[in-house]
Design a protein. Structure first.
Length: 211
């Protein structure tokens, strides 16, 4: 009995992984940019230089990035992790973690002159950021104390905007308008978090950007 289970279970996991990979590839939006990365035409030491430095640490994205054949397994792991997390506050924190990791992955992909993969990953990062913010709103409505998460969301959204400014310095010219559109996620979440913090008497992180 147990011997059969140990044989069948890995097969089912592999089959499910293959199916999940196929679904991801079919559902994924494809982006194409005509230009090449500007990183080859600039001094890497000055890329992304700015007077702004948001005090927020982005989690290490790991070695397996979205351009890897192993990425679908990592993405599946994240989905399962979320499904198995029953605590609503913890689930919101996980979504923020995934947003931060994908943002870091996106920047690396742009630096590797893979703007299509980089932008696709960037949009997923900002959607996870929005999902984390939406989850915080729902948890707050249910009476949870989300003040700490609100502060993290406010700082994270500013950091995401800062990194997107750096990405624009190395992205192809025709990718820039798309990146500018994606910045709106970070703007909305900062403003939402800022207003919520002020409503509960907390001082929000200062926005050093001109918006």
């Amino acid at each position: 009995m147990w011997r059969k289970i140990t044989v069948v279970l890995p097969v089912l996991i592999i089959a499910f992984g293959v199916l999940f990979t196929s679904i991801l590839r079919t559902a994924a939006v494809k982006y194409e940019f005509n230009g090449t990365s500007k990183i080859n035409n600039q001094n890497p030491s000055v890329l992304g230089e700015s007077d702004v430095n948001i005090d927020y640490h982005l989690a290490y994205p790991g070695r397996v990035l979205p351009d890897s054949i192993l990425w679908s397994i990592k993405a599946l792991r994240d989905k399962v992790w979320l499904m198995l997390t029953t605590n609503s506050n913890r689930k919101a924190e996980l979504k923020l973690l995934f947003a931060d990791k994908r943002l870091g992955s996106s920047k690396i992909l742009f630096e590797r002159n893979k703007p299509e993969d980089g932008f696709s990953t960037l949009t997923k990062a900002e959607k996870y950021l929005e999902e984390a913010s939406n989850a915080e709103v729902e948890n707050r409505k249910k009476g949870s104390n989300t003040s700490e998460l609100l502060e993290r969301l406010a700082k994270a959204s500013l950091k995401h905007y800062e990194v997107m400014q750096e990405i624009k310095t190395i992205a192809p010219e025709d990718a820039t308008p798309k990146i500018v559109e994606t910045e709106n996620y970070a703007k909305r979440i900062y403003e939402r978090s800022r207003d919520a913090l002020m409503e509960i008497g907390k001082t929000p992180p200062e926005n050093p950007f001109k918006w």
